[in-house]
Design a protein around this ligand. Structure first.
Ligand code: ATP
Ligand code: MG
Length: 248
């Protein structure tokens, strides 16, 4: 469903993506692990089309999408949520979701009144809010909600376009234990046919949701396997030394 083929990328002399290849089956849940600076976000930027690889290819449903821009990939069903918040603070949760849906449909986002009263958009907004547990918060301005709720909204925005492939960059970074628990549940309620690639630092969550795990280190795939194989890998253990024993 989503494939990376020998992706390479450098910033100046710093190689951040080195011959990265992997393939996700339809409906697969894949977790990307790796230390800070391993190149995880850079890889997502390449997959989503925000960054061009210097060589290699990205395929979706067998089609080479390497040359396509972010919007074109989004129209094919590729959505992402960001590691850093990317929201309109003065707008409500509902307005943020509606804008995302309208933009994905190619509608002019600035016609707010029309956007909010469009029945099709309203339905997508309701479904996305329900999926991430934000139904009660729809009319609250984003500036007034907690950091954790913003992270949930980020995922809701990605889901609101009804993608077939969802990329999530550390959806639980900086949120409390209660919110991490909510994400466990969220992950299990996502449509089973949705293909998910998620960068996640929380080991319990990673092992809980992953069908397979890919480990990046210095821009390279150094390991790929099931959660059990990952747990048992001395090399992965070494990369995560310290962090590991507390969680595994
Ligand atoms: N636009 C850029 N220009 C120059 N260097 C960059 C740029 N973006 C990222 N880098 C560098 O590339 C490396 C990989 O960064 P990246 O953000 O992909 O790592 P990451 O695995 O997502 O890390 P984290 O766990 O901290 O989010 C880092 O050394 C980073 O400083
Ligand atoms: Mg990152």
């Amino acid at each position: 469903m989503l494939e990376a083929r020998s992706l390479n990328r450098a910033f100046g002399s710093l190689v951040v993506t080195k011959d990265v290849s992997f393939a996700l089956d339809k409906g697969e849940r894949r977790v990307v692990l790796g230390p800070n600076g391993a190149g995880k976000t850079t890889l997502f930027n390449i997959l989503a089309g925000e960054l061009k690889p210097s060589s290699g290819a990205v395929l979706m449903g067998g089609r080479d999408i390497t040359a396509l821009a972010v919007a074109a990939r989004a129209r094919l069903g590729l959505a992402r949520s960001y590691q850093k918040n990317n929201l309109f603070g003065e707008l409500t949760v509902r307005e943020n979701l509606a804008l995302a849906v309208a933009t994905a449909r190619g509608a002019a986002g600035w016609i707010m009144r029309d956007t909010l009263s469009d029945a099709g958009i309203a339905e997508d907004v309701r479904d996305a809010a329900l999926a991430v547990g934000l139904t009660e918060m729809l009319d609250v301005p984003v500036d007034a909600v907690s950091y954790g709720v913003r992270r949930q909204l980020e995922v809701g925005i990605a889901l609101s376009t009804r993608p077939s492939v969802l990329l999530m960059d550390e959806p639980t970074s900086g949120v409390g234990p209660g919110m991490i628990q909510a994400f466990h549940q969220l992950m299990h309620t996502l449509p089973r046919e949705l293909t998910v690639l998620i960068i996640e630092h929380d080991m319990d969550l990673a092992f809980d949701v992953a069908d397979r795990i890919t480990v990046l280190n210095y821009g390279e795939v150094v390991f790929e396997g099931t959660p059990d194989e990952t747990r048992g890998s001395p090399m992965v253990r070494e990369i995560y030394l310290g962090e590991w024993d507390a969680h595994a």
